[in-house]
Design a protein around this ligand. Structure first.
Ligand code: MG
Length: 289
């Protein structure tokens, strides 16, 4: 199931599920009308209180009448408890940066205020001069998780989506840590929807492509991930409680601007498009202001 959070002229902010080919959608109120199931008002309650299972039984018979163009897609989860991000978790990216990847997750936290819609502008403050892109697979956690084994870890996954870990390299390198340079408002476009894990048979084998103004910059696969998702969850859960709604962004592959001999950092008006196999595509313009 593909679950989007949307803004619609009639319904306001609500949620919807997409048809299998992701061409059309059906809103919460339309699902209620067609199934008689009294769905909760927020996407968070829909996702984390087992309503998706209830609706899945009817999924094939629903009438998906609304075109995606008719609504605005929003960040799928408005207020996750925590957004955890991994650094240098791709062999190709670490090699480009001249680093040996760690065998344990190196993490930082992005503030919730970075969350941005899948097609909205990335607002770059004028003092940031080295703005970079990072395409990532983000895991949406489905239940409270503490000290799980690798074998159990994927039971905690609700689904997956794209996350763009926008990064101000000048601040990141000045601070010698990640949070401020990656914590600027709008620096986490995500979505375009959450794809439930039953549709992703192998999260470690998904193609990842980033284009800037139609030029391919990142072209890799989650096959190159150093610490796989099950080990990330197991390892993190040995130190912290992971909660339903937490987002874990799993790191970016090679091809970012900072690793180029002559870095092509993002500038005002650039369009960044990230496509990940089975998860869709997000597209954001950079606006300096
Ligand atoms: Mg990153």
């Amino acid at each position: 199931m593909k679950i989007a959070r949307i803004k619609d002229i009639l319904a306001g902010e609500t949620y919807a599920i997409l048809s299998n080919d992701a061409g059309k959608l059906i809103t919460r109120s339309e699902i209620q009308e067609q199934t008689g199931i009294p769905l909760p008002p927020t996407v968070k309650d829909f996702i984390f209180n087992d309503w998706t299972n209830e609706v899945m039984a009817y999924q094939k018979d629903l009438e998906y009448d609304t075109s995606l163009d008719a609504v605005e897609l929003l960040a799928p989860l408005p207020n996750p408890p925590t957004i955890i991000c991994l650094a240098f978790n791709y062999y190709d990216h670490a090699k480009d940066a001249g680093l040996m990847p760690s065998d344990e997750p190196v993490i930082f936290i992005k503030p919730r205020t970075t969350l941005n819609s899948p097609y909205s502008d990335i607002i770059c403050p004028p003092f940031v001069k080295r703005l970079d892109y990072e395409a990532e697979i983000a895991v949406v956690i489905g239940k409270r998780t503490k000290a799980v084994s690798e074998e159990e870890a994927l039971d905690s996954v609700f689904g997956y989506m794209i996350m763009h870990d926008v990064s101000a390299r000048d601040i990141q390198f000045k601070d010698k840590q990640f949070t401020r340079g990656k914590g600027i408002d709008t620096f986490a476009p995500c979505g375009p929807w959450i794809t439930t894990k039953d549709e992703i048979s192998d999260p470690q084998n998904l193609a990842i492509v980033t284009r800037v103004n139609d030029e391919v910059r990142q072209n890799s696969s989650s096959l190159n991930m150093v610490i796989p998702i099950k080990r990330i969850i197991s390892s993190l859960s040995s130190v912290m409680t992971i909660e339903a709604g937490d987002i874990i962004s799993t790191g970016t592959p090679a091809g970012v601007a900072m690793s180029m001999a002559d870095p092509k950092y993002l500038k005002d008006g650039d369009i960044v498009e990230i496509a990940i196999e089975k998860l869709g595509k997000i597209r954001n313009r950079v606006t300096v202001k």
